[in-house]
Design a protein around this ligand. Structure first.
Ligand code: TTP
Ligand code: CA
Ligand code: CA
Length: 625
């Protein structure tokens, strides 16, 4: 039984003159590791699995593609505009030399037939975003809902279309990482059943290297990044890792075709041994393509690359490296040994050292798909100088939030936020951004009106109508969004709701909880079937489950149904303020920042002011200047 001598190939690749004497011989040794039966049978090698296969799939000209599908336009140059900026350019338009950073006028000059689509916007008084004529930043707010929705569909298709056991991690609105290591190993063992058993004559038992793999035929599997870009004829015998890559490539090709057929979006993928390399090679040849980076091709692929093009090495860190060593390519930096790098840039710079060698041990991990917070914000083109001017924007933001939460509930039913937060940037006041929050009551139907009513109330608390103001930004958000299974308990402690419904009458406490639709929602239901225990029969008062206090609406506020609903909601919110201090202390400290561009993170409640620590070690190269 013969296997390729370990490391031989990678070593020969690095015999070039530029290989510095002090670079340990082990730099690229793991490119062709010996794979034994033990390796194959060990299930939990994790990120150090030598047969690890990762893919990154990114949609081509994503926003433009969404608009093309929406409009049914597939054969024309098209760009997506946000105010006067191009934010996405389809590949037909790119042929005219149109790029993202271009002004719309310049783009039209290059291509008079250009289809120009302005992103959808929210407009005051409208429940849903739309494509209006001449949207104006003074009166409209950008909506990315369509792209978010399509992104969710695509992610779903990856999950359904790839073999079971594939880990899928959303990486951005239009891309996802997949860890195919486990399913690929399964398929490998099915396809080559002789691997499933250690042969009787295996000299080292489980530690015997696997027999030589079959030569992989890469046809139909994508673009193979050559081992030697100057001579594509140069190739090497396949390794078992290549076989694994080819199996992953089959799965990726299939799912990408499914997405294209079902949703109409073309994608480009990169397939390699880790996330860093998968992401890097996904753009090797775009669009509609997948590129495969075999281990043997890694050195020559990385070496000539300008290291400042590598993600995270573009900014200050890249500049610091470039200045320190007066170099520009990855190859140049390979001469710097780990000690030296760590001395200069801190312990953590080991990741740079590794990335330059094509090593990345970051896991692909499915993040909680639901964002625990949701924020709608607007930078105002014309500052608010009177408190009354705020309500129009609140309605716009409320419409966006209501739509987004309801949509999220479409994929994850029973999703509910804990808190509603309103914040405003007042450039006159001492404190530039202030926010107010209130626990979010459990209403059965989340409408724009309900969200706006709660936000209006917060606005009144936040903004003193008599004080001078120049508010340049307003945002409205939900935090602590959870599925009701876990969330209801906390909601339940807010408003002890045990609706008098058939289910609630059952003795099963879980049933009781799932049926506990709402405090206010129960009251909304005029049939009386779901009236909450804590809300009075006539739905004009409620009893707080925590302090037992009854709060009642004044008679004047109960003349109409709408008045009563809004009044009761306001009353509950008001009462909950009483308990707010306690709840605030329970809010997670690490609420994830909202990542979409232009969306500021929700202000966390101010705790004790922490002294700002200056970043240490490598961190200082990433801090904002
Ligand atoms: P990208 O994936 O960076 O770009 P793209 O999908 O438009 O084009 P490519 O085929 O080269 O991948 O971004 C995805 C979407 O995110 C893009 O369609 C629009 C949006 N976006 C912005 O709004 N502003 C930006 O600066 C960038 C980079 C993207
Ligand atoms: Ca893209
Ligand atoms: Ca992308």
């Amino acid at each position: 039984m013969s296997t390729t001598a370990p490391h031989s190939r990678s070593k020969s690749l690095w015999k070039g003159k530029d290989r510095p004497a002090d670079t340990p011989a082990s730099d690229f040794d793991d490119l062709d590791p010996v794979i034994t039966y033990r390796t194959l049978f060990t299930q939990n090698l994790g990120v150090r699995d030598p047969l690890r296969v990762i893919a990154l799939c990114d949609s081509d000209a994503f926003y433009a593609a969404c608009e093309m599908v929406r409009l049914g336009i597939f054969d024309k140059p098209l760009v997506v505009l946000q105010w006067s900026m191009l934010i996405a350019v389809n590949y037909i338009a790119r042929k005219f030399g149109i790029t993202r950073m271009m002004k719309i006028q310049d783009a039209k000059e290059r291509c008079p037939d250009l289809v120009v689509v302005h992103v959808a916007t929210y407009k005051e008084g409208e429940k849903e975003p739309g494509y209006w004529e001449n949207p104006d930043t003074r009166t409209h707010k950008v909506s990315l809902d369509l792209y978010r929705r399509e992104s969710v569909k695509m992610l779903q298709m990856y999950k359904e279309g790839l073999p079971e056991d594939t880990e899928v991690e959303k990486a951005s609105i239009d891309e996802a990482f997949m860890d195919l290591t486990r399913p690929v190993r399964q398929i490998l063992l099915e396809r080559y059943p002789y691997l499933a058993q250690v042969p009787d004559d295996a000299p080292l038992g489980l530690d015997t290297p696997l027999p030589p793999p079959p030569q992989v035929s890469w046809q139909q599997l994508g673009t193979i990044i050559p081992m030697d870009p100057s001579n594509e004829e140069v190739d090497a015998p396949s390794t078992w890792h290549d076989v694994a890559l080819s199996i992953a490539a089959e799965s990726m090709e299939k799912v990408r075709q499914q997405i294209s057929a079902k949703l109409g979006y073309t994608t480009s993928a990169g397939i390699a041994r880790n996330k860093f390399l998968a992401k890097l090679c996904a753009s090797y040849r775009k669009p509609m393509n997948q590129s495969i980076l075999r281990n043997a091709a890694i050195p020559n692929y990385l070496k000539p690359m300008a290291f400042q093009k590598i993600r995270f090495l573009g900014g200050k860190m890249g500049d610091a490296l470039a200045n320190e060593y007066d170099v520009s390519t990855v190859a140049d930096l390979l001469s710097i040994n780990l000690d030296e790098m760590q001395n200069k840039f801190g312990e953590e710079s080991i990741w740079i050292y590794e990335v330059l060698r094509g090593i990345d041990h970051t896991e692909v991990k499915e993040k909680q798909t639901l964002n625990k917070s949701m924020l709608a914000s607007k930078n105002l083109p014309k500052p608010i100088t009177q408190a009354s001017e705020g309500y129009q924007w609140i309605r716009v933001l409320a419409a966006e939030l209501a739509l987004r939460l309801n949509e999220a509930r479409g994929t994850t039913p029973n999703l509910w936020p804990k808190t509603i937060v309103l914040s405003a940037r007042n450039v006159i006041a001492h404190e530039s951004r202030r926010s107010k929050q209130a626990p979010w009551p459990f209403v059965r139907e989340l409408t724009v009106e309900v969200v706006a009513a709660a936000a209006d109330k917060l606005w009144k608390e936040l903004v003193d109508p008599h004080a001078p103001m120049k508010i340049i930004g307003v945002s409205l958000g939900f935090t602590g969004i959870e599925g009701v299974e876990s969330g209801l308990k906390s909601i339940d402690t807010f408003f002890k709701t045990a609706p008098v419904s058939k289910r609630a009458l059952d003795d099963d406490p879980d049933e009781d909880q799932s049926a506990a639709t709402a405090a206010v929602g129960g009251a909304q239901d005029t049939s009386g079937e779901r009236l909450s225990k804590n809300i009075s029969k006539d739905a004009t008062s409620f009893v707080c489950s925590r302090c037992g206090q009854r709060s009642a609406l004044p008679r004047s506020a109960t003349r109409t149904e709408v008045e009563r609903q809004a009044g009761l909601l306001a009353l509950q919110l008001e009462h909950e303020d009483f308990h707010l201090a306690l709840e605030l202390s329970k809010l997670p400290d690490d609420a994830p920042p909202v990542r979409e561009a232009g969306r500021a993170a929700i202000n966390k409640p101010k705790k004790k002011k922490r002294r700002k620590e200056s970043p240490q070690g490598i961190a200082k190269f990433f801090s904002k200047s």
